[in-house]
Write a protein that binds this ligand. Structure first.
Ligand code: PDD
Length: 287
């Protein structure tokens, strides 16, 4: 049974308990992060902690820990985890208090960390890609906050499960935003395209890694608003996240994307990503 951290204590997962008056339970009033760890080395931890701080700012909750304290907590979760590759799930809620939509005075945040198993994406998915559907983005207008209140994402993701697909790509006012739990990229005429970071999408850490690798490899890239029509006739569509890494979407709403197999730019990027990841794992690059 994995060791988790809850409000100052390390304990077995089944022993961790949160009061029912916790605002995370009552209102989804909290934020979270998922930090991938390869060979027990956190990948891009500083970027994840910076995004956590931005999410906390976004919900007007003070950061309960310094960077050094977060690092020590993450180190212990990683050291005690039963896997070498894992995700560290980290959640901060506004804490328990009388039920009132407005913030109660003098409440203390709840801090929770747990290890998640992080299997490498199956080679067949990298080789052949995944199917996705599109849906109207029903989320709020602060999707840049990595909030635990994920009801719209949950419902949107379930649509793809019901359709036997891996992800739901979200369209708002005719524009492509991201997936229900992933960032999205297109390739058209040899150019890698990504939607800009706005309050309507989560600023993905894997999104940043992909754009850095593309820049280092001098791949033609443009960051601009992308229409649903451009998605429909893109040569390649990719989804990225800390848990999925990079996957090609080879069927969209039941139709093949390009020739129905991962395209040449995807194959180049996944090779660059895997080389970079292995370099980080061997400790030869700053994560
Ligand atoms: N989700 N967009 C959304 C809505 C997401 O939930 C995620 C990741 C991403 C990709 O972000 P990153 O590359 O930093 O993982 C984009 C995580 C993995 C989750 O909720 O489990």
């Amino acid at each position: 049974m994995p060791t988790v951290y809850l409000n100052g204590q390390f304990l077995p997962l089944e022993a961790a308990r949160v009061p029912v008056m916790d605002r995370g339970f009552l209102f989804g009033d909290g934020v979270y992060e998922v930090i991938p760890v390869y060979d027990r080395r956190p990948f891009r931890q500083e970027d994840h902690l910076a995004r956590l701080r931005a999410s906390l700012d976004g919900i007007r909750l003070g950061d309960p820990h310094s960077a050094a304290e977060w690092t020590a907590l993450i180190e212990r979760i990683v050291a005690d985890a039963p896997w070498d590759d894992l995700g560290v799930y980290l959640q901060v809620t506004r804490g328990p208090g009388p039920r009132d939509h407005a913030f109660p005075r003098d409440i203390r945040p709840t801090v929770f960390l747990m290890p998640l198993e992080l299997p490498a994406p199956p080679p067949a998915l990298i080789e052949h890609g995944v199917a996705a559907i599109t849906a109207e983005d029903t989320r709020w207008s602060r999707c840049d906050i990595k909030a635990t209140s994920l009801l719209a994402n949950v419902l949107l993701r379930q649509l793809s499960v019901d359709a036997g697909c891996a992800e739901t790509l979200l369209i708002r006012d005719g524009q492509l935003m991201e997936g229900s739990a992933s960032s999205v990229f297109l390739v058209r005429d040899g150019v890698l395209l990504a939607p800009p970071k706005t309050p309507l999408i989560l600023p993905g850490i894997t999104y940043d890694v992909v754009l850095e690798l593309a820049a280092a490899a001098h791949m033609p890239t443009a960051i601009r608003a992308l229409s649903a029509a451009e998605l429909r006739d893109a040569d390649e569509v990719w989804i990225t996240s800390s848990t999925k890494e990079i996957l090609a979407v080879t069927r969209l709403d039941g139709k093949p994307v390009g020739n129905g197999e991962p395209g040449p730019i995807y194959r180049r990027m996944i090779a660059l990503y895997q080389t970079y990841k292995h370099t980080v794992m061997r400790g030869k690059a700053a994560p």
